[in-house]
Write a protein that binds this ligand. Structure first.
Ligand code: ATP
Ligand code: MG
Length: 414
């Protein structure tokens, strides 16, 4: 093994200043060329918002393709244990921040070979299985080469903990990166949400029922950088408020991916009765959905949203045939985004479980769409027929009145 300069013997514990921090690996955001700085700024601001309630001073800095976060070492945080606990909390929160591909807990040490080695060896403590060490040296003046560093750390870990080395398929990997003014040591961390920072793609209004699909649709669009507002249509006063509680709970669950969420609730029962009274018949469901979309569009300007989002999936229910979706598109000018259009129910359910909305969605409620359901729902709605019903009910006027009555709630995750 290559001799290392000034390496202290194993038994002697040398204290080098070290700092607990978090490394965030970014995906697509690093590819965005010219707008990259704008994206980074947005992501930094989302990161700050995600930890704001923790009351930690947060330092953020950018190293190529990686964001480094560290709790500010004030008060208690000067204590390394408290600092490590604070970094753990920060890392936990980063798992929900869109745009982050991987979250790694790291330690930052002075540019001393011994400090890097000590910390790297500690990272293996208590971890079972085979391992690999990957070292990278950006500053070639560092007195130890990457290969020497890796070999030295590897053999120490083997000796101290008995883990076997496996460079091909290790159970865990320890990374050591020697930078210009510091060394980072870290291991593989868990995957983050990926995607793009919330807000990067603008804003949308999600039509949120109490069902399984629409919360998943919202999640998918947030992950593509849309900041989402939510509107829920309840059957009130013809139904109880259960669906509103569900919508509230769902938005609260989704809020952890964006913060600052707003839910608008529209009592839709009377409007549904009006459509039924105008003889909508088999078109009742599609006519209701058009009125929901028109109402959402009437709210759009005030909410500064430029798209609507629904949980439609092609052919899943009778209102989601191609002809009916076409008839829905015809009701508004805003684009309707349907991120679940090509997904099977099982795929949607799996995602709902992963984002913890499934349990809430499965609670019983009286969905407004089940009210006044025709015995046979039309699967091939004709736009001309729908327009006729709408002129009888003065649907555009009705939509703007409904938009006026929307009640705002702020379900917050934290
Ligand atoms: P979900 O599981 O999201 O309720 P679904 O399979 O029950 O969807 P539909 O009832 O046809 O399908 O609704 C399709 C989409 O229309 C929903 O995903 C949602 O975006 C919107 N929608 C339906 N009902 C409501 C409602 N009461 N309030 C707001 N949006 C609704
Ligand atoms: Mg539904």
């Amino acid at each position: 093994m290559t001799a290392l300069p000034a390496v202290a013997p194993d038994t002697e514990h040398l204290e080098y200043p070290r700092e607990s921090c978090v490394l965030l690996k970014l995906g697509e955001i690093v590819l965005k060329g010219r707008n990259r700085h704008q994206f980074e700024r947005l992501l930094h601001s989302n990161i700050r918002n995600a930890v704001q309630d923790l009351g930690l001073g947060l330092r953020i800095w950018q190293r190529d393709g990686v964001i480094v976060l560290a709790p500010a070492a004030v008060g208690d945080l000067a204590d390394p244990t408290a600092q490590a606990a604070a970094a753990d909390l920060i890392a936990q929160r980063m798992l929900d921040v869109m745009g982050v591909v991987r979250v790694c807990r790291a330690v930052r040490v002075a540019k001393e070979p011994q400090a890097a080695i000590d910390v790297a060896v500690e990272f293996a403590a208590g971890r079972p299985g085979s391992f690999a060490v990957r070292a990278k040296r950006r500053d070639k003046r560092f007195p130890v080469t990457s290969a020497e560093l890796a070999v030295c750390i590897g053999s120490k870990i083997q000796r101290q903990y008995g883990n076997p080395v496996n460079l091909r398929q290790p159970d865990f990997t320890i990374y050591v990166e020697v930078d210009q003014s510091e060394v980072f040591v870290y291991t593989d961390g868990p995957c983050g949400q990926g995607g793009l920072p919330v807000g990067m793609s603008g804003r949308a209004l999600v039509l949120l029922s109490g069902g399984i699909d629409s919360p998943v649709a919202a999640y998918r669009m947030m992950r593509r950088g849309l900041r989402c507002r939510f509107v829920h249509f309840s059957g009130l006063p013809l139904t109880g408020p259960e669906s509103v509680y569900k919508a509230y709970g769902l938005v609260r669950q989704l809020d952890r991916f964006q913060g600052g969420s707003r839910l608008y609730v529209v009592a839709f029962g009377r409007a549904q009765q009006r459509l039924a009274a105008s003889g909508a018949g088999r078109l009742q469901v599609v006519a209701q959905r058009r009125l929901m979309l028109k109402t959402a569009e009437a709210m759009a300007r005030r909410l500064r949203v430029t798209a609507l989002v629904t949980g439609d999936s092609l052919g899943q229910v009778s209102s989601q045939t191609l002809a009916n979706l076409t008839a829905l598109d015809d009701s508004v000018r805003l684009p309707i985004l349907r991120p679940l259009i090509g997904l099977d129910k099982t795929e949607i359910v799996a995602q709902a479980r992963r984002i913890s909305t499934l349990e809430l969605s499965e609670l019983p409620d009286q969905d407004c769409c089940q009210l006044l359901m025709p015995r046979y729902a039309e699967t091939r709605a004709r736009i001309a027929d729908l327009r006729r019903i709408e002129s009888r009910t003065d649907a555009d006027q009705l939509a703007s009145e409904l938009a006026e009555t929307a009640r705002e709630y702020r379900p917050a995750w934290k």
